[in-house]
Design a protein around this ligand. Sequence first.
Ligand code: ADP
Length: 417
Amino acid sequence: MLGCIADDFTGATDLANNLVRAGMRVVQAIGVPAAPLDAPVDAVVVALKSRTIAPKAAVAQSLAALAWLQGQGAQQIYFKVCSTFDSTAQGNIGPVTEALMDALGADFSIATPAFPDNQRSVFKGHLFVGDQLLSDSGMRDHPLTPMTDANLVRVMQAQCQRRVGLIDHAVVAQGDAAIRARMARLRADGIGIAIVDAISNADLMRLGPALKDLPVLCAGSGVAIGLPQNFGITPSSQAAALPAPRGLRAVLAGSCSLATQGQVRHAIHSGMPALALDPLRIAGGADVVGQALSWAAEHLGQGAVLVYSTADAEGLKRVQEQLGVDAAGAMVERTLAQVAQGLVRQGVGQLIVAGGETSGACVQGLQIAQMRIGPQIDPGVPWCHAALPGHREGLHIALKSGNFGSEDFFTKAFALL
Ligand code: ADP
């Protein structure tokens, strides 16, 4: 029913999670799949890494994803962007939205990153992050996509050939008919794309029906909560059903965020066997992977184990000063991905990975191409199930962005499964 194209990996999971909660059965594909879907689902989210690459490349990748989704019968296309509308001066939100519209012959679309559950609201076309305008928030100083203008009509217009307009809150508050009437009016005025205000979930639920006939829309993950109703789908726990869990349990933590530091401490205090990896020993050529796997083999039979490189700011700085930021990061990611591979060989069937980049490295190392999205553990983090090459039963995997999740996440997640 719904074919989604996400401009980054954790954003794709965020969207998939919202769709599952609204009742859709969802698969997340890592990159454009090479083969057709092998399971009946209601939505597919193709995760790209196109947020900050050159606009031409982002357009090409997005059109390849579109072609695959159309081949699977997608009735509507959802271009998922960041909830802070992260983009460079050249795009890529505008160029990709317009390329998708051109390919689909669409003369009108909407764009809105509103996601009130996540403190992102749009009012009079201006994006608020919590209580602050986007341009006053930390996003002002982002290293890759500094956002210095909170007026999304202006931001989008600067990236688009088509004229950009606004469907403001006074209209959204009146519901479906009023929103449709405003769209018709904007169309007649030569507007091709409208930023849409939304400051509550009720706004998003009112917006959903009005979007029914648009071939393509551009949004954060919030708009997703109002779309499944258009396909006759209502929330159901069945949507999140995964195969029965099996195998041994492990956690790999490569994030050094404050949240993950707390989660590692909590797991250790609650008695989970834990092994810290020392980046300086890895750099020195020690067989850290082999040692970690021998250690895990001793403990896995008794319950979940934790292998972590998580360090506090001081520890991190020490390593980065000696090895360099990028080199240390890549080396630790490679090591944790190898440990993930080894753990799965040892019979791990339930794996939690903490850290965005770390998750990317582990998913790649395990050669995971598609994941079925299951129940939510904490906001933005669902359990997933992935087929693995050479494994009959597949793997339950939870990919946690560094700063997500409650302090007891690692123990809570296994209990939920
Ligand atoms: P987050 O989601 O918190 O940003 P990521 O996994 O995306 O977590 O990023 C953490 C980065 O830090 C990764 O590149 C990881 O390899 C690196 N890293 C993890 N532990 C250490 C450490 N002890 N020293 C240096 N770098 C580390």
